[in-house]
Design a protein around this ligand. Structure first.
Ligand code: ACO
Length: 402
């Protein structure tokens, strides 16, 4: 056994905190979370109030600028977004290089990263105007980019943005419209989608946001940093959980199989986890999940899908898990991803697009956090240390002596 201290000439004060369970990496004015009380505030405003009363672009303005906009400010902001919804035609050519069965998140990582190849001003991160326009471009173009991922996968022509529509309606039209038909947006669906986007817009230093900050701390351009964040979001323990929830519900199949799967989740020898349950920070409830649980019921009722078997199964799974000692003892409650997939699936969004929708919403948080970091005088390159546990120094052995 190597005495770690003997390996270092000076170890000094050293904190080993795998997973950053008790280490803050930055200060921030954007989002506050109290995990014990289940509180989430954007710039001081409770998430429940924003979900009930705001719109996604108004919330985006709040996150990016720090205050709720006046009517004129919101009109100007929406106008600016509308001006930038189109993507360069050559960027659309990128999609044809991907297989139709590529996972849309794989396409997103590439296409968003490639934005810096089209907007060279994004490389000049020290120029405030360039940072601002990069943020607007990202917010404006991300629905167009995301919808094109879906259209590519189903072999349909890309639908160009319709700037007479609001943000979520435009997104729905680009996803589900076809050139020969007049696509009518269902206002209930558009409202529910807007709410989902608000709830996912920011969540302080989660894995993907920390990735954006870490990549950005090197001076990398915002599109490169956000592409790194999209990669981090994709994992099933983070944003990929919404897709994993639906796959899990399909695997469980029926209510009578729930106990068998819960038994697997409890088994320390089995790596199976109940997807959509548990959260690093929320220990009593996830306030976003509470809003979405109600919204799921509303959307399914409005769409006449209240008998949706997956929703019934999810409700039963939730009921049984919340009465189970294993989950009670570990404070494991449904998180936002448990419900978002159910609503999105009722809207007709395919399972492999769920994490793309999450990424689309989180772009606002990522770019706001990146902008905050760039002007923070305390910001230095993120460079964690490690505690080396390997062998001590030894001499190179010639091949003949190994
Ligand atoms: N199912 C079964 N057991 C679980 C689950 C789960 N979903 N989540 C945690 N546990 C158990 C662990 O096995 C561990 O048990 P032990 O103490 O007996 O070893 C205990 O609860 C603590 O779990 P940790 O992994 O230490 O908790 P951590 O805070 O590191 O992980 C995480 C949080 C990753 C979200 C975890 O709960 C999980 O994997 N959940 C399922 C995936 C998921 O839904 N992710 C989405 C998160 S929300 C978001 O990203 C938007």
């Amino acid at each position: 056994v190597v005495d770690i201290r003997s390996l270092y000439s000076e170890l000094g004060l050293f904190t080993l905190d795998p997973g950053f369970k008790a280490t803050a990496s930055c200060t921030s004015n954007i989002t506050f979370i109290d995990g014990e009380k289940g509180i989430l505030l954007y710039r001081g405003y409770p998430i429940e109030q924003l979900a009930a009363k705001s719109t996604f672009t108004e919330t985006a303005y709040l996150l990016m600028k720090g205050e709720l906009p006046t009517k004129q400010q919101l009109n100007d902001f929406n106008g600016l977004i509308n001006k930038h919804t189109m993507v360069h035609e050559q960027l659309l050519n990128f999609y044809h290089g991907f297989r139709r069965d590529a996972h849309p998140m794989a396409i997103m990582v590439g296409v968003v990263g490639a934005l810096s190849a089209f907007y060279h001003d994004s490389l000049d991160i020290n120029n405030q105007q360039h940072r601002e326009i990069s943020a607007i471009r990202l917010l404006a173009k991300i629905p167009t980019i995301a919808a094109a991922c879906y259209k590519h996968s189903v072999g349909q022509p890309f639908i160009y943005p319709d700037n007479s529509l609001d943000y979520s309606s435009n997104l729905l039209r680009m996803l589900f419209g076809v050139p020969s038909e007049d696509y009518q947006v269902d206002p209930v669906v558009a409202k529910a989608l807007d709410k989902i986007l608000i709830l996912h817009a920011d969540h302080e230093q989660n894995a993907s946001t920390s990735t954006v900050r870490l990549a950005g701390s090197t001076g990398a351009n915002p599109f490169a940093a956000i592409s790194a964040g999209i990669g981090a979001l994709w994992g099933p323990l983070h944003g990929g959980a919404n897709e994993a929830v639906l796959s899990m519900l399909e695997e469980i199949g029926s209510v009578d199989k729930v106990p068998q799967f819960l038994k697997r989740a409890r088994d320390p020898e089995d790596s199976f986890r109940l997807m959509g349950f548990g959260h690093r920070v929320y220990r009593n409830h996830d306030p976003r999940a509470t809003v979405l649980r109600k919204e799921a019921q509303k959307v399914l009722d409005a769409m006449d899908k209240h008998d949706d078997p997956r929703f019934k199964l999810a409700m039963e799974l939730e009921r049984i898990a919340l009465e189970d000692d294993y989950f009670i003892k570990r404070k494991l409650y449904p998180n936002v991803d448990f419900y978002s997939g159910i609503i999105e699936s009722a809207m007709g969004i395919p399972t492999n697009m769920f994490t793309v929708m999450f990424a689309l919403a989180r772009c606002v948080g990522w770019i706001t956090q990146w902008k905050e970091m760039i002007v923070d005088p305390d910001q230095v390159i993120g460079r964690p240390r490690q505690l080396y546990k390997g062998l001590a120094r030894r001499e190179y052995k010639p091949m003949s002596k190994r």
